[in-house]
Design a protein around this ligand. Sequence first.
Ligand code: GLA
Ligand code: GLA
Length: 686
Amino acid sequence: MKSAVIARLATLLCVLTLTPVITHAQPAEPYPPLVLGTAWYPEQWPESRWDADLELMHKAGITMVRVGEFAWSRFEPSEGHYELDWLDHAVAAAGRHGIYVVIGTPSAAPPAWLTQKYPETLRTLEDGRRDQHGNRQQFNWANPKYRQLSRDMAEQLAKRFGHNPFVIGWQIDNEYANESYDEATRAQFQAWLKDRYKTLDNLNTRWTTSYWSETYQSWDQVPIQTKYGNPGLLLSWKRFVSDTWRSYQKNQLDAIRAHSDRHQFITTNMMGWFDGYDHYTVSQDLDLASWDDYVGQGQLDRYSNGAAHDLTRGFLRKNFWVMETQPGAVNWQKINNALDKGEVRAMAWHDIGHGADAVSYWQWRSALNGQEQYHGTLVGTDGTPVPLYAEVAQLGKEFVKAGPTLAGTSVRSDVAILHSYDSRWAINWQRHNNTYDPVAELVSYYKPLRDLSQSVDIVNPSAPLTQYKLVVAPGLNVLSDAEAKNLIAYVEQGGNLVLGQRSAMKDGDNTLQTERQPGPLVSLLGGRVDQYYALIDPVPVSGDWGTGTSQQWAELLSTKDPDTKVLMRFGKSNGWLDDQPAAITRKVGKGSITYIGAYLDPASMTKAAKWMLDMSNVQPKLGTVPEGVDVYPREGPHGKVYILVNFATTPQTVTLPTSMQDVLNDTTTTTVTLPTYGVSVLTPTR
Ligand code: GLA
Ligand code: GLA
């Protein structure tokens, strides 16, 4: 009562002193450390329905809605005529229910008038056809007119909402994906090449264009090639695509920054392992990395999904958001099964454990028409909860409860895996064994390293490495001079580097090194790859890591330096490989460098991982836990937090190294028993 009177007086004072009156209410609190969200599309429903939806969200503990990312035709019904009042009402309504807002700029879905008036903004497909209105992402990301129109739109939104206290951030566009192959874009690519290579002589030399008469006499002769073509050209096109997404994004980002409070973050929702562009390039202008985490068909694969989280965390090397995730099932797989009861909650904690500070469900309610009628939601077509709603509501309570403990914490790992788009592209263009998937190869290392150390970072090869005790590079096929220097310096400063198959075969232009693999690292290793072999059947390997097989690929190694030791040898196979080195290692001062020329089966890989961790002196962060239990350590200024999730099909009991506070249950304990999909959040008692 008293405070209401004071608020009244304050408003009156504002009016009397003629300071500008802030028309929106202020949030009661800053937005929570753990955000539970959903994608909400108020433009699809009458305003009279909004409060009921927001009330149901609030009851589930949802504290954030992402809105607007496909609403261009409602924001700008005709050119230059902007209608943003409805969004203002929606944001205010969300605020009244204690819900914060992330606004998506709508450039992934241009309106029909725009396409009709400016057909040049449509993208051209690889076969020369133009895309058309009616789906989404039909725009040309390099087109200046499209950039101007989408920037104007973003600017209008920022001017209106850049100081709105309920708006906590911005998402630019939605899931960047498709490029355009029109002549104007090709000319931009040629200009990009000129800027990078300066002279045609240089380009011709670095791409070895004397091969098949590819030599260029003028820049405008250079074609676009995307799958089969000169490797230097293929890699350059991908780099151009990445830089063009970056500038596409910056075009809107600058407009938002100019008109918004600095504490409103700017992100875009990426797609895990998707490799359409270099995510390190595109992330660098953002405040926050975020991604859309869909299981699709089947159940959660906690390793490849966990690695995708760690990959996303590595884009800016800090916590990230899960901007979209599936409420049960998707609609775009062959079989759109639902996640098990309890699995959605377990997955949310797995997300948080890997460093997410937000988990947001796509979507709240199905549009009554449109392409995604069958997708999972939190309420049905009648606007009342579906069965999964209760599980999400449980998460809502848990996020509130665990929020203060997890606030300010992040993931700190002793182990890093190096990942590069250049290398993935290069291998995928010439797999040489069509079953050779560079992501699967990375995950084959990740799985035991994560199980045994309980925390792994995934970063690019030019990232700072000195904080790591162990750095593993499963497939850096393309290694630039600067990246090679970074790796050499790491080892010379006492770091332990492990290289996997196909390492350092190419330089930064995707040109073969004139040294055998691992090119610039050969003298540090005191050994090299003498020959590589694509395999039809696995070949035996044995040595310090026991007896196992190499699958798909084998690299015959040799040692030159007397300090270089053989760890594993191939067994009898094609004659060439018989009894030859399959893994070698060399101590370099306090550090070491190791090359593994085998694609190890899971059991041998586990032994190899154990060897790597032992020699680098890496301990599991929480000690040993039963199989099937994931441990996710986070730490902050006030100490450590451990999230445990049981993915085993039976209950598991974890014995803790010390007495801990069980944050969700308000108890103190030295053991926790978790049912399948059970979750525990623990912090050492002080
Ligand atoms: C054909 C071509 C060669 C070369 C080989 C590779 O024979 O004439 O130029 O491409 O295939 O196997
Ligand atoms: C993507 C998109 C969403 C929606 C979901 C469906 O993540 O960003 O708009 O289409 O997929 O799974």
